[in-house]
Design a protein around this ligand. Sequence first.
Ligand code: ADP
Length: 578
Amino acid sequence: MSDDLLSSKWLKEQHALAGNLPRRVVILNVFSGWLLILQSGLMAWIVNAVVFEAATLGDQMVWILLLPPIFLLRGVVNQQAERLSFRIGSQVRSQLRLELFDHLQQLGPMRLSQSGSAEISHAMIEGIDALHDYYAKYLPHLSVMTLIPISILIVVLPLDWVSALVFLVTAPLIPFFMIVIGKGAERVNQRQWQKLARLGAYFLDVLRGLPTLKTLNLSRQEAKLVARMSDDYRRSTLTVLKVAFLSSLVLEFLSTVSIAMVAVFIGFRLMWGEMFFLQGFFILLLAPEFYLPLRSMGVHYHARLQAVAAAGQLADLMELEPVKNQSTTQELPESPHITVEVSNLSYRYDANALALDGINLSIGFGEKVALVGPSGSGKSTLINLLLGFDRPQSGEILVNGIDLATIDGEDWLRQVAWVPQNPRLIHGSVIDNIALGAEVVDLPRVRQAAHLARADRFIDQLKAGYETQVGEGGQPLSGGEVQRLALARAFYKDAPLIILDEPTASLDAESEAAIQLAIEDLGINRSLLVVAHRLQTVRNASRIYVLKQGRLVEQGSHEQLESQKGIYAEMLQGVVHA
Ligand code: ADP
């Protein structure tokens, strides 16, 4: 099946999220169509009686008085249909956002790293918004476009087969031309959508890399590139609009010519006395209403094109397989001791070469295990697997003797404190950041954690102490300070297993020493796995594992490895790196 068909199929499947609302909209729209026929019939009747049958307006008062309630009722019915349609759009959007958000959570950081973050936020915000008009306008209109002309045709056919024939022959031309033009428009739309996604990702990269670009004196050049891309996007937007206007023009032209044809046929037959005025006038009043839903389809078709383009991206995201647990998961029995046993672990990203190849490793209770290796050797991959963010293709990870794949993910993460290399602060106070994830905040423990992480001194010096707002838009903190807050977070969590990725960035001497001491303390009475980048850390480790190109090449204590003159000894020359 082509991508477009798959996207349309996916879009239709999501329609179920609106429940029975679409059916109610169809009923309302058809009812409105019948009211319209009734209204036209009444008007034709009154005009015919007054003009040709010498009746007075007074004679026709009953019929005339019937008109305003019909107008009013149609207004109310149309307004209700609009309101319900809008509700369909917003209901589908919010449900989809929840589903997508849920799905992203299940995918975990490892699988998500394969799609750019700009791409994901683009899909989540603009992508889902682009579906609104499809559900709120295009789909409801699809039923209007078929049911109202059919109702009119049923009324006209017994009255005048010639007009019915003109309706029948010309009506399919409109959707036909719309599809012909639409095919071209679809391609243009998809291209524009991809451009927008690319532009978003590019902006994000430029923003992130702005300091680097500035130091390399490249910011002006980048600005020119951004301007060129924006201009390119503007051009493709205009192309989309051109096609949209062109399709509206063609549809308007076709329907105007068709109405004119009906009018000419009626006119001649009235002149030749082959038709009554009442009949002809009634059909003439209905003719524009017959083509109106077909004509306005051009406008709504644009919504469909946009939605199909956005749906491709959304469906791709939804198709990513979440991390699979075994069919039944268990809770990890509560224990202050955690031991980890990794055996024969192999992992590959999609069709790439093995990122980890037959790894065997163990972390005993109270042990401080260091993981070293050049960049790209698989350290982060191993840590992500230990955190349960994905499952290895072969081998297993045993936690206190239980296969990690059978343990409930959330339960496992409660037992682990993870300190990444570049920790992120959330928008909130220092307390919120240290007690992150805790339901009830224990203030004395927050202070104690800050003290152990050697963060208390700088926190006390902040404007509002522990209440100071940090994170995005808050008080800026240095790299060393953020690291210490992240360590305080780990102390507060007090998990039996700590996984820590040492910062590689050079820190000021005070932070460096404080962080070293804090890491030492964190390892007391806990199992600690540290991706080490510093001599001090590896020296104190109970065991060091050296990774190279996904394989475990050396293991042992600092002294043993130093004397082996292997890759570890080489790394030591550069005072442990990467
Ligand atoms: P390290 O943390 O030691 O620098 P990684 O675990 O990040 O190493 O990477 C190990 C290997 O896996 C590298 O060859 C890297 O290119 C590859 N890799 C890492 N992340 C991804 C990813 N998201 N998709 C594909 N390959 C990846």
